[in-house]
Design a protein around this ligand. Structure first.
Ligand code: CA
Length: 222
């Protein structure tokens, strides 16, 4: 699994990274909330390990922001704050599990395995307009070319493909892909449509994503 470890303490980060690496996982580390959110926005992780007390913010805020952008990635909270109320509150806020520091590596490894088992949705392949998008393998193929998309590009394309033939406005796309709490100009949608076209378009062929003037975007039916 590809794991994002959000932890500011070097000693713990190194112990977790080594241990999970030895179990065959690939671990990337963020030491601040800001770095964590930026990595989570641009990359696809199978699991997030989240420390609660970070230098620039707290893990609860990171969790809230991860969830507001509709990220279904499992989150395992690692924290020294072990009281029951806190635990319930975090689980209610969208954490999948909670581990109190200090913990034994074996326990962390067992929880990671349990979350990996939960995170196996049915294979869901959408084929529209010559594009094959596999939501489980997280792959996008057009013709014989496999594209490498960021998680936001992937989510936008998936939403457009699930609504094939429908004209989707910028506000609707913003809500669906960036989440209701994401306050930004809807121009960001245009920017990401450009990124997608740059990756998906084939010279001389119609773009699978059509601009509907004054209304928004739609993915053409084949
Ligand atoms: Ca900490």
């Amino acid at each position: 699994m590809r794991i994002l470890l959000v932890e500011d303490e070097d000693r713990i980060a190194s112990f977790v990274t080594k241990g999970l690496g030895a179990e065959g996982h690939s671990v990337e580390r963020a030491s601040t909330a800001r770095e964590a959110l930026s990595l989570a926005r641009d990359e696809d992780y199978d699991l997030v390990l989240l420390d609660l007390i970070l230098p620039d913010s707290n893990g609860r805020e990171v969790l809230r922001r991860l969830r507001s952008t509709q990220q279904a990635t499992p989150v395992l909270v690692l924290s020294a704050l072990g009281d029951v109320e806190n635990k319930v509150d975090l689980l209610d806020s969208g954490a999948n599990d909670y581990l109190t520091k200090p913990f034994a590596f074996a326990e962390l490894a067992a929880r990671v395995r349990a979350l990996a088992r939960q995170d196996q949705p049915r294979s869901d392949v959408i084929e529209v307009s010559g594009i094959t998008l596999d939501t489980r393998a997280r792959t996008v193929i057009r013709g014989d070319k496999q594209m490498s998309l960021t998680s936001r590009e992937f989510a936008l394309l998936e939403y457009l493909m699930r609504h094939v033939g429908q004209v989707l406005g910028r506000q609707q796309l913003l809500q669906a892909v960036w989440g209701p709490n994401y306050h930004t100009s809807s121009n960001v949608v245009d920017v990401y449509i450009r990124y997608l076209r740059r990756k998906l378009d084939i010279p001389g062929a119609h773009s699978p994503i059509e601009t509907v003037r004054g209304a928004g975007y739609r993915v053409r039916r084949d």
